[in-house]
Design a protein. Structure first.
Length: 99
């Protein structure tokens, strides 16, 4: 088991992730909704079922829709509501580190 140390805490990186949701879009496409993701997790999950991942697209991050972005390196200004989401997530992460 590989351990990761962050802020003085150690945890195994081979522990289970939270369940994901799988929706079939058509005969060749599925939509996976992950609460947490790990390195190459989607590719490893599909490979375990003998499927090949040919295209992978993130459409949302922290509740913020990424659809207006056109590709790698593209960026957009966040709205006030989106900044509130970021602030809330950061505050919760800081609170978790303190406990």
């Amino acid at each position: 088991t590989t351990d990761v140390a962050r802020n003085g805490r150690h945890r195994a990186v081979t522990q289970r992730t939270l369940p994901c949701r799988v929706d079939r879009v058509d005969d060749y496409c599925i939509r996976l909704t992950l609460v947490e993701g790990r390195n190459r997790q989607v590719r490893k999950m599909t490979a375990a079922l003998d499927y090949v991942t040919t295209d992978l697209m993130r459409v949302e991050f922290m509740g913020i829709q990424l659809e207006p972005l056109e590709g790698p390196g593209d960026w957009a200004l966040l709205s006030n509501d989106e900044m509130d989401i970021v602030r809330t997530v950061l505050a919760n992460a800081a609170d978790e580190r303190l406990t």
